[in-house]
Design a protein around this ligand. Structure first.
Ligand SMILES: NC(=O)c1ccc[n+]([C@@H]2O[C@H](COP(=O)([O-])OP(=O)(O)OC[C@H]3O[C@@H](n4cnc5c(N)ncnc54)[C@H](O)[C@@H]3O)[C@@H](O)[C@H]2O)c1
Length: 273
């Protein structure tokens, strides 16, 4: 590893760093997941697409026009530890070694704070934090099995940094992802595992549409009217999933080895810190 790093710094590497690197993406059948997959394929990585929903995963896989030796898929609910471990084993069996893992799968339950139940909060903490953490563990065990380093990117949210109404459980869970990322980056640096997070703003996906539907119903508006307000104020348009994906690719890459434990806003400037 040390020799490779020196060569990389000298700028003499001519081969694509991604050509022999396999990455697992969870929530790969969803909106941002597809953008991350597209960006990683654009970079030249090999991929294991994973999602809890087999039909949607199959559909996402069928839509990709790339050689099948670069792709694999595995249905797994990240809240089931055995399924997460099986996903990591599948990645190793399929590609021989694993370099990276993107924890993108997530869930949201909206509601006024005073009416939010313990169950609603725990469901979001379970999926967005506990399951994500267990994915990090499985990822690191698999990466280290290949006797090399690697990288993890966690998909947090700008809701983990600033307050939004009716998102109490979600916001708390994403704030936890940001801190967990900082912690793991520190602890796993000696293992040569880099860990960072991205904090998207409003990205046009099914999840954002559900948020818009919720607010539309409460305020007597049309969903599209609410969605039209969910744009970046500085960019004056919505953020596309592949734009988030390209930042994820950068954070996984060798060029980002000096960025560690950070939660990078991918919200076109809406969040000030
Ligand atoms: N869309 C946004 O504006 C936005 C903003 C900030 C953060 N995010 C985060 O980005 C990530 C992706 O969100 P999205 O907008 O693409 O949502 P989405 O609903 O379109 O996709 C989420 C995907 O995750 C999968 N998933 C959910 N729970 C799972 C589980 N337990 N096991 C395995 N797969 C599971 C779903 O099947 C779905 O395919 C989430 O973590 C979300 O919190 C989204």
């Amino acid at each position: 590893m040390a020799a490779e790093k020196e060569i990389s710094v000298a700028g003499t590497v001519t081969t694509n760093e991604w050509s022999d690197r396999a990455v697992v993406v969870t929530g790969a059948a969803g909106g941002i997941g597809k953008g991350i997959v597209a960006a990683l394929l654009e970079a030249g990585a090999k991929l294991v697409l994973s999602d809890a929903h087999s039909d949607q995963l199959e559909h996402a896989l069928r839509s990709l026009d790339v050689p099948r030796d670069r792709l694999s898929s595995f249905v797994a609910n990240i809240c089931d530890e055995a399924q997460v471990n099986a996903l990591a084993e599948h990645a190793l069996e399929r590609f021989g070694k694993l370099y990276g893992w993107v924890n993108n799968a997530g869930t949201i339950e909206l509601g006024p704070a005073l009416e939010t139940t313990r169950t609603a909060v725990l469901t979001q903490l379970d999926t967005n934090v506990v399951a994500l953490f267990q994915c990090c563990q499985a990822a690191v065990r698999a990466i280290l099995g290949g006797k090399s380093g690697g990288a993890i990117v966690n998909v947090a949210s700008n809701a983990g940094k600033v307050g939004f109404p009716h998102m109490i459980g979600y916001s708390a869970s994403k704030a936890a992802v940001i801190n967990l990322t900082r912690n793991l980056a520190e602890e796993w640096a000696p293992l040569d595992i880099n860990v960072n997070a991205v904090c998207p703003g409003s990205v046009r996906t099914a999840m954002l549409r559900r948020v818009a539907e919720y607010h539309a119903e409460r305020n007597g508006l049309q969903t599209d009217e609410v969605l039209a307000g969910f744009i970046s104020h500085q960019l004056s348009r919505a953020i596309e999933p592949v734009e988030v994906g390209r930042v994820v690719v950068f954070l996984l890459s060798d060029s980002a080895r000096i960025i560690r434990g950070q939660a990078i806003n991918v919200d076109a400037g809406d969040t000030p810190y």
